[in-house]
Every structure is written in structure tokens, then in C-alpha cells.
Design a protein around this ligand. Structure first.
Ligand code: GLN
Length: 471
């Protein structure tokens, strides 16, 4: 048996029964990384290994979550060499829970800007199911390493879909918790009103276990919610008879890949056969989600990125400079990649005098309408089911030159961030080309339990999680 191929709950059972030791799990992962990482490139700085405290199940972290003394560079040149002097709250919680923080961090789009992991200063990650395709993004490295058995489980961040969309593209489970459920302290901010950290795992049980560990109130994050955290593993193995599911008609329209559509409908039929009731519903403001998101997210990003000035962190220009302003300009010009610059410019424009009311303020108003659409549906339904993404993984460089095309790949995931609600992506089958397809389940704020119940019932019945990519 290869320890690397196990889930966290399976590995933990072995540790408890003294049939395996934590160091053996690390050794097993390292041998797997040696074997397949050359093809996948899920990790960054693979030649810079660090000493780690090996205790329990190893957990892998994306490059935008602060880990004490381990590189945390958001896959951006501007954070080159940055090793935080502190741990993010989620890391502290993971250490307190007895897990091992794996020393290698995973690849991502620079500052989580993207849907393909191509916007990384370290180069792209490849999809383990087809290495000429992207793994999705921005947490593509985390999804790819879990799918390729180069990690047991992982954390990613989700601002507009960056956990769920790569989970869908790589055939694994990805959860974006309710806004405020998980502390953002130590997550390097992209868009503070949208960002959430969440688990990427091989199955739903691990997703519940990891959510148990990382959730909860944190005085270090003023947006963290002081609401008790239930034991999410208690939501598993429960009958879904009578559960009411809404199917939003706005998600099954032109632009949805026909194969994805069929697999989503088959999954809905399976949920019905397990006893759930479903009905078509409407989320009428869905068409505004992408434009609203790209105003709010870039506005917040332009403000959050102001701190990268060559003084406080990471990289500073080595060029000849005459004064402070030149130092800022050269550092930011050389340090940020193309997509980061595009977003700083867009966001600064949307917030500037004369445009603030026309764009930013209006976007905030439409955001409220989008949230109200969900509130209305959740008065009557327990959850909403949709495809996670309109397509399967696309080819590397297929959309890289067309930012608008890239932005549209998050059309089904963005609304959950705008509304602050939890959403999970689970595998629901494969296309003829053997690429995984993801099913998204959404619920009202702090109703993660419902997601786990429905996702687990489907997963155990459908069994897709047992199929692994051949590398
Ligand atoms: N793809 C979206 C974007 O580029 C979402 C990214 C994310 O969730 N971090 O902004």
C-alpha cells in the first residue's frame, strides 16, 4: 500500500492503530513527488526543502497563506524571498490539531488572480488528467497535487471560485466556506470582502474534517463570525430523503458545454433517486455576477496591493533610481505580472473620483440584489445544485491571451462569493476525453452541514472519487 494515495481519515486510522508513522507518510509523499512532479508541477521551489516538525497527517498549503519561516510568495516576483515571521490562524489551528505542515507550498495564479494557474511567476501547473490542460485556478497547484496523490489534502483560497473551479477540473472535492466561517488572518489579501480559505480533498469526509479544524471565531480577523462550529463529520451518512433542491435555470443556458450539462443532469437524477426533491428556480441577477465581481474584486485588490512597495516586503528593484517615487515605480513595474497590473489599473479606475458612483457603488448595489436572489430561494429550498464550471479543463495557453474569456470561466462560482454563502464542488463524472466534471452545491450562510450531507450521499452512491488519473 502506498501511503500517499490515502485520504487523511484513512491515514489517521493507520497512525492510531500504529500501523504507520507520520514520517513514513512524508517519505511516501516525497517519493511520489519525485515520481510525478516533473509532469504536474504542482509545487513551487521544489529544490528548497525545509526542516519540518513531523507529527500527524501532512497538509499542503497554497503560496498565499502565511507559514512561519516557509516561503510565502503568492507566486509573485514582488514577494520574492518572503518568509513570514508568523503563522496564519488556519496554520496555527492545523498545528494545534496535530497535523504536519508540509514544507513545499503549492503553485497558484499570482495573488490568486486567474482561473488557470498560468499567471504564476513560477510557470504553469498541469492537469494530472491531461498534462496539456490547465488544472484550473487560482489554487490549481493544490487541486493538482491532491488529484495526483502528491498531497494527502490541501488548503486553497477562493475569492471567485479558486477552490471549486480547480477542484472541478482536477476531479477532487473543494469547499468555499461561508464568509466569516474561517479566519482570513494571515491569508495574503486579494479582495477582502470575498476571500475565504477552504479545503481541497480526495473525498467529502476529509473536507468535513479539515473544515472542522480551520473554522471558528478569530479576534485577529474583524470579519470572522462568532458563531459556534458544529462537528461537520456528524453531517455525513445522513439520509437525504425529502431534501429540497433548487436548480437555477440561469445556469443551464448557452455557453454550457453539452457534456457537462448531461453529467450535471445525471447527478441531479441520482440525487432524486436518493430521495431528494428538485424544482427549477430562478436567480434573476446571475447575468450581472461577472461584471459586478470584476469591479468589486479589482477595486479591493488595487487597494490591498498598495502595500507592495519595495520597502516592507520581498523584492526591490536593482535598477538605478534617483528618488523614492522612482523606486516605487520600478519595483512595482518589475515585480508585478501582467494580470496583477491589469487589475490594479482596473480597480484604481473604478474607485477614482467621478467613476466611483457609476461603477463601484453601483456594483455594490447589484451585489445586494444577487444576495437577495439567494435569500429568496433558500426560504423554500435546502440547497441549490449547478455545474461548477461551464466547461472542463481547457488547454494550456488557450485562454491566456484573452482575459475576458478567462474571466467567464468563473461564471458559476462567483455568485457564492458575492453572496457570502458556502458552496462545495464534488466530482460528477468524466467526459469522453476523460476529463473530470464538477457538481456545485450551494446552501445558505453557515449551512455547511447541508452541503456535506448532500455531497456525501451523492459521492458514496456515485463512487467517482475511486477513479484516479494515470500519470
Ligand atoms: N478566477 C477569478 C479571478 O480571477 C477568481 C479567482 C479566485 O477565486 N481567487 O479573480
Amino acid at each position: 500500500m502506498n501511503l500517499y494515495s490515502l485520504t487523511a481519515h484513512e491515514l489517521n486510522e493507520l497512525f492510531k492503530a500504529k500501523r504507520a508513522k507520520p514520517q513514513e507518510a512524508i517519505d511516501s509523499l516525497n517519493s511520489r513527488i519525485e515520481e510525478v512532479e516533473g509532469k504536474v508541477k504542482a509545487y513551487v521551489r521544489v529544490n528548497h526543502r525545509s526542516q519540518i516538525d513531523v507529527k500527524g497527517v501532512p497538509v499542503t498549503i497554497t503560496d498565499n497563506i502565511c507559514t512561519e519561516n516557509l516561503f510565502t510568495e503568492c507566486c509573485s516576483k514582488i514577494l520574492e524571498g518572503f518568509k513570514p515571521p508568523y503563522d496564519a490562524t488556519v496554520i496555527r489551528k492545523l498545528k494545534d490539531a496535530g497535523t504536519t505542515i508540509f514544507d513545499l507550498k503549492t503553485n497558484m495564479d499570482e495573488f490568486a488572480f486567474g482561473s488557470s494557474t498560468e499567471n504564476s511567476c513560477f510557470g504553469p501547473t498541469r492537469n494530472p488528467w491531461n498534462t496539456s490542460c490547465v488544472p484550473g485556478g487560482s489554487s490549481g497547484g493544490s487541486a493538482a497535487c491532491v488529484a495526483a496523490d502528491e498531497a494527502i489534502w490541501a488548503l486553497g483560497s477562493d475569492t471567485g471560485g479558486s477552490i471549486r473551479q480547480p477542484a472541478s477540473f482536477c476531479g477532487v472535492v473543494g469547499l468555499k466556506p461561508t464568509y466569516g466561517r474561517v479566519s482570513r488572518y494571515g491569508l495574503i489579501a486579494f479582495a477582502s470582502s470575498l476571500d475565504q480559505i477552504g479545503p481541497i480533498t480526495k473525498d467529502v469526509e476529509d473536507s468535513a474534517l479539515l473544515t472542522n479544524i480551520i473554522s471558528g471565531f478569530d479576534p485577529m480577523d474583524s470579519t470572522s463570525a462568532n458563531i459556534p462550529v458544529p462537528d461537520y463529520t456528524k453531517s455525513l451518512g445522513i439520509d437525504i430523503k425529502g431534501i429540497k433542491i433548487g436548480i437555477p435555470k440561469e445556469y443551464f443556458v448557452q455557453g454550457l458545454d453539452p457534456e457537462v450539462k448531461i453529467l450535471a443532469h445525471e447527478a441531479i437524477a441520482k440525487l432524486k433517486s436518493l430521495g431528494a426533491d428538485y424544482k427549477e428556480v430562478s436567480l434573476p441577477h446571475t447575468e450581472y455576477a461577472v461584471p459586478v465581481y470584476y469591479i468589486i474584486a479589482t477595486a479591493e485588490a488595487s487597494s490591498n496591493l498598495a502595500r507592495f512597495d519595495g520597502v516592507q516586503y520581498g523584492f526591490r528593484t536593482k535598477g538605478k533610481i534617483q528618488n523614492l517615487i522612482e523606486m516605487y515605480k520600478e519595483t512595482r513595474g518589475e515585480g508585478f505580472g501582467e494580470e496583477a497590473k491589469r487589475r490594479i489599473i482596473l480597480g484604481t479606475f473604478a474607485l477614482s473620483h467621478g467613476y466611483y458612483d457609476a461603477y463601484y457603488l453601483r456594483a455594490l448595489k447589484v451585489r445586494t440584489l444577487i444576495k437577495q436572489d439567494f435569500d429568496k430561494v433558500f426560504k423554500e429550498f435546502d440547497c441549490i445544485v449547478t455545474p461548477t464550471s461551464p466547461t472542463t479543463a481547457f488547454k494550456i495557453s488557450e485562454k491566456a491571451e484573452d482575459p475576458l474569456e478567462m474571466y467567464l470561466s468563473d461564471i458559476y462560482t462567483i455568485s457564492a462569493n458575492l453572496a457570502g454563502i458556502p458552496a462545495i464542488s464534488i466530482p460528477c463524472g468524466f467526459t469522453k476525453d476523460n476529463l473530470p466534471v464538477g457538481l456545485q452545491i450551494l446552501a445558505k450562510p453557515f449551512a455547511e452541514e447541508k452541503l456535506f450531507t448532500v455531497a456525501h450521499a451523492y459521492e458514496q452512491n456515485a463512487g467517482w472519487y475511486k477513479i484516479k488519473p494515470k500519470l
